[in-house]
Design a protein around this ligand. Sequence first.
Ligand code: C2O
Ligand code: CU
Length: 543
Amino acid sequence: AGTYQHDFIIQETSYTRLCETKKILTVNGQFPGPTIYAEKGDTLIVRVYNKGDYNITLHWHGLAQPRNPWSDGPEYITQCPIQPGAKFTYRLLFSEEEGTIWWHAHSDWDRATVHGALIVYPKKGTTFPFPKPDKEIPIILGEWWKANVSQVLADALQNGSDPQISDAYTINGQPGDLYPCSKPSTFIANVEQNKTYLLRLINAAINNELFFSIANHSLTVVAKDASYTKPYSTNLILISPGQTIDALLHTTASFPGRHYIAAKSYSSALGVKFDQTTTTAILQYVNSSNHAAPLLPPLPEYNDTAAATAFETSLRSLASKEHPVSVPQGVDQRLIITVAVNLLTCEPGKTCGGPNGDRLSASLNNISFVTPTTDVLEAYYKNISLVYGTGFPADPPAKYNYTGENLPGVLLFPRRATEVRVVEYNTSLEIVFQGTNLLAGENHPMHLHGFSFYVVGRGFGNFDEEKDPLSYNLVDPPYENTVGVPKNGWAALRFRATNPGVWFMHCHLDRHASWGMETVLIVKDGEASEAKLLPPPPDMPPC
Ligand code: C2O
Ligand code: CU
């Protein structure tokens, strides 16, 4: 293990997509941004210079950052933004992760173009729990707007409406053959026959879960969210924003030539507009005499919840001797958190763009998170009052049939507040996310900073506190940082709160997060000195 340094220059760079050129925010002029490699146990120092025109912060998604929320990145949660002209140095501590994670901007929707892969190799002297691949292929899925993305967000918040949908999905920054003006730059993965490639898949899209498949090839999933899984063979992957998947691809001799790698939206919400297009890249066998045009793999219908669920419920932790699981068998505290899309009343005399002329909003336990103007971590560390409240409830505001029809109208309008949940160090915590049918039932990829967690149960309908825990998987549940909470269903996670700090928790569909589907978990310091928050670095940006 060692300490290595990288420089990230945030700058505006011109890129041409879909026949039009525009300036986008990039790191070092690259889109997608640079791939960063590390070894388990390393420390990386990333010096960020903001030479762009917007406030920005960076987040290292999936990195637990033990005791070090100072470098975690979410804007106004653990730091104030790096302003144009300013700089900040992030310290990345690689502790338990192994596999693919990623980094992205965590201020407004800057992450649309400011993101990249973070690849963590096993420690020296240890190896992958599968045969060493011949080569690796990072595959970053994204979304492209012809419009300026900050304007798309600003307009949506101004109108209270659904944001304008994107104009293309992308693979490694390229829309692919099926879009105008895109064919010459389609991403091509050159492969040889009878080899094994490790695909490092990341969904960096802003608002869409994606189905992913490669024509005439099956994939073997070996890790999710930088935690190894039992090998799982499939033709179809569902990957939600925030999630990462490592999958092996064997290039079988029976199918030389060219094959489409493709992704399209899985959109579970009724009546919500989304980008209906398909992005493609090409898997190309070198030295093949077969020059036939590539074909698309079969992909499910956009609303195929059965296909999405089949994939999401198939993954199991590897749970081997070298990679054991430590699922908390007992729980000190259970939080049940409803996840909902809601309304807010429009300003008097105005008509907003949501249903009934109201604004769209979103909530957790019927609290729509209001982002403070001083960051929560600083307020916590320095005991600054009035920045946040500690009243985030352990239960929904009322017992009701969350996933039924005709939900109580009062729940449509959440309370707007900055409420966090505080837990003692080393609490064995269970969080049950309960999807609701308010406005529109929908899958929500819920993400927690500072931790990975065991997904011990999932189901449709309402969580039953008596019965459902009896069927939990406490043996080999997948260990994730972003869990798909099924449409009109629930997901249960367990972990031990051994990482002191201030940790953001939110839906990774950015439109929902921007509407308030967020809260913060504060884990207090423990007694031992290794159980306490590290001191802040001297260069924390001021607000
Ligand atoms: Cu991938 Cu809070 O983020
Ligand atoms: Cu959501």
